[in-house]
Design a protein around this ligand. Structure first.
Ligand code: PEP
Ligand code: MG
Length: 827
């Protein structure tokens, strides 16, 4: 097998590249580092003797490929190669490839048993991986493409893992191919790119295969069938990737670093992370870094045992943090700690740590270094979501180090104020005391970092991605954090500060008043009671919803039962969960929405061809009707629970009456089969076509529930997750209100009722307009309920009707907001 040598001016860099290349397919390959100088030890530079020795160690009859960084590295490598050539027959080739990409690609190819020429070529083409991803592939050397092997077998696969065939899964692919006597080519049938040589990492990565792409594998040779079966199995195992939740929208980049402390009155712009205003002096977080004993306390076996014990203790911490956050904030946020539990056992941390321990390192040093390398690897990724996971790695690493050093003190701030930090690990965020930490100002990260998610859940107004400027603020400087606009004002003038303080106090008092009355009904001044319900996505959220005054559940998003699983939940499994929720609601109404998956929320067990416009594709009821057995099972569970509790059912993404009828026919079928009583059946209004035909639907449906999130995106032709189009989507848009007016008019004509369960319902101003348009039920995130109820209590319905009528004539959402503002409770 061909060996590799990595030559760099920096010993750390060379060692890191070797580590990376080993992990990414080069586990069997002799890869040697020759970094820095021998004298003085570790100094920056290159050393001919070190390079020569490394070539000798890596060398075998198949030869050695030497990869170098820059300048003198080339000269040292040339001289070392000459010295080796004088005394041995080992072929040595110097590679012009970029160091990191080249080493990784060459390691994978060498691991597959390729000869020196091919390994060198593979390294040379490696820049193509990056070029292709950056869209500059025409300048990159061509990656190995290959004709399909003649007369072989073929197999089509759907790529299931979230990041597609990126470097790690591609490396596993190459490793698998290398175990067989077969040639494999890969063609991406979704994009038409390929065929690429299945033994070439760079060729595979450069294909740019993404999640849900269909790839065609063609294999030739004696073990053609066997290699295809093994690749199929690998794909079933997600190509070895641990996929988490789908990535949220891209996070904000930090602002440019500032030179000195911001001037008094400066306003720093970041990304809004948690709503609300916080005012207080800047406070730094005091965290004592866990001390690491560099000297091993015992032999490697004892050190390995110490590491395992510390990891076990860290598992307990993670579980405790999970429970605390689940109680305070809900199951979804607590799920962050499931990822931490996985990281504690992650081979990418454990294996290098164990290797270092075998090599004589202490448990602490080995774990710290493995953690730093893993966190750096995350930080180096292109995907901002994945980059932010570095904080999760550091958190987990810190916990274990704390236990190795006899326990770490929790982070604390000395006195109440606004916490200013460069970054915040989720464990640190979870340990924050909201009574002391009034607000958060974070230099790095985006609104999707786990720290931001937790801050939101704990109700601490927060801004992230402020850049280095915020770090230069001196402790004690007055700060105003505005978690809605994403700004931090530094030492504002006294009158502005007083004004902001008044606004903050008023908002807080309003929230407290609303929360105190949250369980009372939302009765308008002229005596009309509206139902204000909660949107739920998990059974664990019922308690919080009731505490916030939910009159029921207006939308149960059942997707949580289906996503991230290999097979559909059985009817019995679903029934148990719906039963738990309905029972916890204790007689309050529950509307179960049937599965709203497909396209942007794919189900692993329901194959779907890729779609150019997933939001216009087979999703919601369309997908359920295409998979009637899936829908039947869900309806069986719903009718069973509806026999015991006030449960209604509604279908998402309905467009034409025929779809509703088909779904209702299935419902009737399973209901009769079970001998269950009738239940109310509704449709969600998410497609303008339905809104415009509401009167026709009203002849057949029992109720409507308007999903303003989708209805707005389809009306404005603006994708709901797009940050660039956020302004277009910021409701209440007059045309969307007009569609809702069409729905309430159509419903009225046949005595049906209309609810709204999109985000708009949770905006107090919009809620008044919706009430004015004839909506009788509003369903929202539980935290929004108290203020919406309070707003409704402050109006007469006639006033709301009048404003709603005028709103339909207005030009945009800003004008609508202005029109409704006088009806909102005074601040
Ligand atoms: C909506 O579209 O408004 C809605 C409530 O459904 P979801 O947000 O789950 O798509
Ligand atoms: Mg929707």
């Amino acid at each position: 097998m061909v060996g590799l040598v990595v030559v760099s001016h920096s010993a750390a860099l060379a060692a890191g590249v070797v580590e990376l290349a080993r992990q990414m397919g080069g586990g069997q390959v002799a890869i040697e580092a020759a970094g820095g100088m021998a004298e003085p030890e570790g100094a920056i530079g290159t050393d001919v003797e070190l390079v020569r020795a490394a070539i000798e160690r890596a060398g075998g009859p198949d030869g050695v490929l030497v990869l170098m960084d820059l300048g003198s590295a080339l000269m040292s490598a040339e001289m070392a190669a000459e010295m080796i050539g004088a005394v041995s027959d080992v072929p040595v080739r110097l590679s012009e490839a970029p160091l990191v990409e080249g080493a990784v690609a060459a390691a994978a190819r060498a691991g597959a048993g390729a000869p020196l020429d091919e390994v060198a070529e593979e390294a040379r083409a490696a820049l193509g991986m990056k070029s292709a991803q950056l869209g500059v592939e025409e300048e990159a050397p061509a990656a190995a493409s290959a004709p399909a092997p003649p007369g072989g077998a073929e197999r089509r696969l759907r790529v299931p893992n979230r990041l597609g065939l990126h470097a790690r899964p591609a490396a596993r692919f190459v490793e698998t191919v290398a175990r067989f006597d077969a040639d494999v080519t890969v063609t991406d049938e979704t994009t038409g790119r390929g065929p690429a040589d299945g033994r070439s990492l760079s060729a595979l990565v450069t294909l740019g295969v993404r999640q849900r792409h269909d790839i065609l594998l063609s294999a030739g040779g004696p073990q053609a069938e066997a290699v295809l079966a093994a690749l199929d199995e690998l794909a079933q195992a997600n190509f070895g990737d641990e996929d988490g939740a789908p990535p949220p929208p891209a996070a904000a980049e930090p602002a440019a670093p500032a030179a000195g402390p911001p001037a008094p009155g400066a306003v720093l712009q970041g990304a809004p992370a948690a709503s609300g205003i916080a005012i207080g002096p800047a406070r730094a977080l005091h965290v004592a870094p866990p001390e690491v004993d560099e000297t091993p306390a015992g032999d490697p076996a004892a050190e390995a045992a110490r590491l395992d014990a510390a990891r076990a203790a860290a598992h307990k911490d993670v579980q405790a943090a999970r429970e605390r956050i689940a109680q305070q904030a809900g199951a979804a946020e607590a799920g962050i700690f499931d990822a931490h539990a996985l990281l504690l056992d992650d081979a990418a941390l454990l294996e290098p740590a164990r290797r270092a321990i075998s090599g004589g390192a202490s448990a602490g040093a080995a774990w710290r270094d493995a953690g730093a390398a893993a966190a750096d690897a995350y930080r180096a990724l292109d995907d901002p979501y994945l980059r932010e996971r570095a904080a999760d790695v550091e958190d987990v690493v810190g916990r274990v180090l704390g236990h190795l050093g006899g326990g770490a003190a929790p982070p604390r701030i000395d006195a109440p104020g606004v916490l200013v930090v460069e970054d915040l690990a989720p464990g640190e965020a979870a340990a924050l005391d909201a009574a002391v930490v009034r607000g958060l100002a974070v230099a790095r990260g985006g609104a999707t970092s786990h720290a931001a998610i937790l801050a939101r859940a704990l109700g601490i107004p927060s801004v992230v991605g402020l850049g280095d400027g915020i770090l230069a603020v001196e402790e004690g400087t007055p700060l105003v954090v505005d978690g809605d606009s994403g700004t931090v004002e530094v030492d504002p003038p006294a009158d502005a500060l007083a004004e902001r303080e008044r606004a903050r106090q008023a908002a807080e008092a309003r929230r407290a008043r609303a929360l105190a009355r949250a369980r009372e009904p939302a009765r308008t001044r002229d005596g009309v009671t509206l139902e204000v319900a909660a949107n739920l996505g998990a059974a664990a959220e019922v308690r919080g919803a009731l505490e916030h005054g939910a009159d029921g559940v207006g939308l149960l998003r059942t997707e949580f039962l289906f996503l991230d699983r290999d097979e559909a939940p059985t009817a019995a499994e679903q029934e148990a969960v719906y039963e738990e929720i309905a029972a916890a609601l204790d007689g309050r109404p529950l509307i179960v929405r049937t599965l709203d998956a497909g396209a942007d929320k794919p189900l692993p067990f329901v194959p779907q061809p890729p779609e150019d416009n997933p939001f216009l594709g087979v999703r919601g009821l369309r997908l359920s009707l295409a998979n009637p057995d899936l829908l039947r099972d869900q309806l069986r569970a719903i009718v069973a629970v509806a026999a015991r509790h006030p449960v209604k059912v509604m279908f998402p993404m309905v467009t034409v009456p025929a779809e509703f009828r088909a779904a209702r026919a299935l419902l009737e079928e399973v209901r009769r089969e079970a001998g269950a009583p009738e239940l109310e059946v509704g449709v969600m209004v998410e497609v303008p076509a339905l809104a415009l035909q509401a009167e026709r639907f009203a002849r057949e449906v029992d109720f409507f529930s308007v999903g303003t999130n989708d209805l707005t995106q389809y009306t404005a032709a603006a994708e709901r997750g797009s940050q660039q189009l956020a302004a277009l989507l910021a409701g209440p848009l007059p045309p969307v209100l007009a569609l809702i007016a069409s729905v309430t008019a159509g419903a009225d004509a046949h005595g049906r009722w209309v609810g709204v369960c999109g985000e708009l319902a949770g905006d107090p101003g919009a809620a008044l307009l919706l009430a004015g348009l004839g909506v009788r039920e509003l369903s929202m995130a539980p935290a929004r309920i108290p203020e919406v109820k309070e707003a409704l209590r402050g109006i007469e319905l006639a006033q709301a009707r009048e404003v709603a009528r005028r709103a339909l004539e207005l030009e945009d959402a800003d004008a609508v907001r202005e029109a409704v503002a006088p009806l909102l409770p005074a601040t």
